[in-house]
Design a protein around this ligand. Structure first.
Ligand code: 13P
Ligand code: ZN
Length: 276
C-alpha cells in the first residue's frame, strides 16, 4: 500500500486539485494544512523513513505540542500536488515545546513547509481550543472576487459580513459568525499570524486585504465549501456592483432575523445595522 492510498492523504490531494480547478491558486499561491488524528498518524508512521532535523517555526504554539500536520510546501504549486504529492507536500511533527517542527515525510526534492506556517499553526492552535478539537483544516487561497472587494469595501468585519450575507440567502446559515478582515500586512510572518489567529477566535473566515482568504473547518469538505461559498457570494457582489452600484432591492435586516429563527442560527445584531 502507498501512503497516497491513505484516506486523509487522498482528501488533502483532492482539495488541492479542487482549489486549482477553481482558479484560486495561480503559480504557488495558497497553502493547505491538516491536523492529523491519532489514527492518521498510525496509518502513515511506517512511511517516516527519513525524519529531518528540528527547525524553528517562527512563533510559539504550545497548544499543538506533539501534533502532526500534512502541509503544502513553500513555492510549490497546487496544480502539481496530485501529480507529485511527495514533491509538493510534507508531513511534519511539532516538538514538545511548540517552538519547532521536523519533516517526517515528503518534500523529497528538498524545500520547506509553506511560508505561512506561522499563520496555519497559530490558527490551528486557536481553532483546536475554541472548537473543542473538532477543527482540523486551515486553508489559504487567492480567490479573485474577495480580493477585488478588498479595494472597494471598507475593511470592516461588519461591512464585509453584511454585504456577503446579502448576496446569497444561505450565506448567513453557512457562516453565521460572519467574516473577519485583516488590513494589508506583510505575509509570511508572525505579525500577520497573530492578527489572523485573533480573528479566528470568533470567525471561521478571515479576509486578507489585497491578498486572499483563510478558512477553518472540521474537515476538507466543510472547509472547501466555506471558501467556495464566500467566494461565490463575493463574485455576485462584484457582478452586482459592476452592473449597477445601487441595489434596487435586497435582503433586509428583519429578513435576516426571520431566517435566523427558522434555521436556528444566531446572527449578531452588529451585522444587521440600518443603511441609509
Ligand atoms: P507559499 O508558496 O510559501 O505557501 O506561499 C504562497 C502564499 O500564498 C503566501 O501567502
Ligand atoms: Zn497567499
Amino acid at each position: 500500500m502507498s501512503i497516497l492510498d491513505v484516506a486523509f492523504v487522498k482528501g488533502f490531494v483532492r482539495m488541492c486539485q479542487d482549489g486549482w480547478e477553481q482558479g484560486w491558486h495561480e503559480r504557488n499561491g495558497g497553502n493547505l494544512s491538516y491536523r492529523m488524528k491519532p489514527e492518521d498518524v498510525k496509518a502513515v508512521k511506517g512511511f517516516f523513513t527519513q525524519v529531518g532535523d528540528w527547525q524553528e517555526i517562527g512563533t510559539s504554539v504550545p497548544g499543538l505540542c506533539g501534533e502532526y500536520f500534512m502541509v503544502t510546501g513553500s513555492g510549490k504549486y497546487f496544480r502539481n500536488v496530485a501529480a507529485d504529492t511527495a514533491d509538493s507536500t510534507c508531513i511534519l511533527e511539532v516538538d514538545e515545546t511548540g517552538e519547532r517542527y521536523r519533516i517526517c515525510w515528503g518534500l523529497v526534492n528538498g524545500g520547506r513547509p509553506t511560508s505561512e506556517l506561522p499563520s496555519h499553526l497559530m490558527n490551528h492552535e486557536v481553532k483546536k481550543a475554541v472548537s473543542g478539537g473538532k477543527h482540523r483544516v486551515i486553508y489559504h487561497a487567492h480567490p479573485a472576487n474577495i480580493i477585488a472587494l478588498s479595494f472597494v469595501l471598507p475593511l470592516k468585519d461588519e461591512v464585509f459580513t453584511r454585504e456577503l450575507w446579502e448576496m446569497m440567502t444561505e450565506c448567513p446559515v453557512v457562516f453565521p459568525q460572519g467574516v473577519g478582515v485583516v488590513k494589508w500586512m506583510v505575509p509570511g510572518g508572525r505579525e500577520i499570524a497573530v492578527a489572523t489567529s485573533e480573528l479566528m477566535k470568533k470567525y471561521d473566515v478571515a479576509v486578507w486585504a489585497h491578498h486572499g482568504m483563510f478558512c477553518s473547518g472540521e474537515d476538507f469538505d466543510l472547509t472547501f465549501g466555506l471558501m467556495h461559498t464566500v467566494e461565490k457570494s463575493a463574485e455576485i457582489l462584484v457582478k452586482t456592483l459592476s452592473i449597477r452600484p445601487e441595489k434596487l432591492q435586497t435582503i433586509l435586516p428583519q429578513d435576516f432575523r426571520d431566517l435566523a429563527e427558522e434555521f436556528h442560527v444566531t446572527l449578531e445584531e452588529r451585522f444587521l445595522y440600518e443603511k441609509h
